[in-house]
Every structure is written in C-alpha cells, then in structure tokens.
Design a protein. Sequence first.
Length: 142
Amino acid sequence: MAPGPLWLRRLRFARPGGGVAAADAPVAQRTGPSAFTRGMRRLYRDLLLRLQQLVGLAFIVIEGIVALRVVFKAMGANAQAGFSSLVYNVSSPFVGPFHPVFKDGNINGHPFELGSVLAMLVFALLAYLVLRVVRVLFSPHS
C-alpha cells in the first residue's frame, strides 16, 4: 500500500476530468501474432517438413537399392542383365565400405552379402540421426 493519507493516494491515481482511477482503467489485451508472423511460421514449418521428407526419401532410395542388391545376389540374378547391372553399379559405392567387415555367406549356392545387410542397418541408423539433427537445428522451439 502506498504511504500517506487516503485523500493523497486517491489524488495520485485520479485522472483529469474525474474519470476512473488508473488502476481500474481497462488495459489493452495482448493479441496473438500478426498475420505476417503466422504466415512466416507456417512457411518455416512447411519448409522444415519438406526438408525432412527430402532427407527421408533420399535414405529410402538408398535402402531400397541396397535391398535390391541383397535380393538379387541371394537369388543369383544375372550380373550382365541390364537392370541387375544397374542396381549393382549404383549400390556399390554405398556397400563398398562394409564388405570387408564380414565374410559373405552362401544361401542355396548363391552369395549372401552380410556387408550389404550391415550397410542397410548403418544407413537406417544414419537416416534416423540425420532427421533428428535436422529437427533439432531447424525447429523453432529448440
């Protein structure tokens, strides 16, 4: 409570013209963000979503190509055929670093590349980590 007599306290808060005391005066309510700010937030959120989808799609394509390689090798696909040759050539940079890790096994006399399966596991983990990093770096609430 403010010091001094009641009449002095009332005088301090009195408005010219005998209006309502300042403590009782209506105060402007806070409004939400402007339309521009809401639009920019929506645009930023949409761009973040698209970036996550693009990164996810890239890793899905890599995983699919490596999975096709594993299936083709296990089924004994002709390496000189056009599509299987394309799959082997495109997937070789992705599975190359993982082949020396495990010795290839045999299934029904066909090679089973454990290095390719390891590559799929590593790329799945890498996709998860990259998506989490993108979300942390570009999330407005982080």
